[in-house]
Design a protein around this ligand. Sequence first.
Ligand code: SAM
Length: 220
Amino acid sequence: MTNKQTPFETALENRDSDGTKLFSPSTARNRDPIRKTFLETMPHTGKILEVGAGTGEHAVHIASALPDVTWHTGDPDPSARASIMAWLRDAALPNLSGPHAIDVSTEEWGIEADGPFDGLLSINMIHIAPFAAAQGLFAGAERILAPAGKLFLYGPFSKDGIHISPSNETFDRSLKSRNPHWGIRDIDADLLPLAEKNGLSLERIVSMPANNLSLILRKN
Ligand SMILES: C[S@@+](CC[C@H](N)C(=O)[O-])C[C@H]1O[C@@H](n2cnc3c(N)ncnc32)[C@H](O)[C@@H]1O
């Protein structure tokens, strides 16, 4: 691993013996705090859609604690979908579904007919994708969420144009050096205008370990 790799790129180097199931070291570190915050802030019944689900580890970890939720997964990357499928197969939980080939920057995700959804989850995705992914995610939230449904975002974010730690600033520079369209998104300049445009209100910001945040938004 190099320090410029994204968590998903690191996971591509950590495979099970048949090469399908991917393991992300960062997920091993952050999955418990994310699940705890998710359980405190998101619905415990109904349908949840996780986009950019990556290896599939978060899906199995969170859905195992929510037996009354049907958990749908999606990712545009075929190796991510193969890994998600392997994690779902091995977990054998009755409430896990997918993976679907969902690119959130597209206008139709192909899963609208399965909705409306009570929650939409995106972990560590919108800073490692062009801004069109954030735009598409918020537009999709308005399209697929039920009234009062919630959008949960986890990752590094800046506030009022200011990084919340020097390490986030370094990470932002490294993201932009790899792809000028990537980068840490700003809550005030980038995300709140998208929320307003798409009928969502910011409900809570939760501080997470390692200078990350969880943002919980609610459909108006
Ligand atoms: C850094 S990984 C995070 C994976 C997982 N959520 C985690 O935290 O372990 C980013 C994921 O977002 C996915 N992704 C990138 N662009 C996307 C898009 N436009 N729509 C949906 N997912 C996207 C990638 O394929 C990858 O699986």
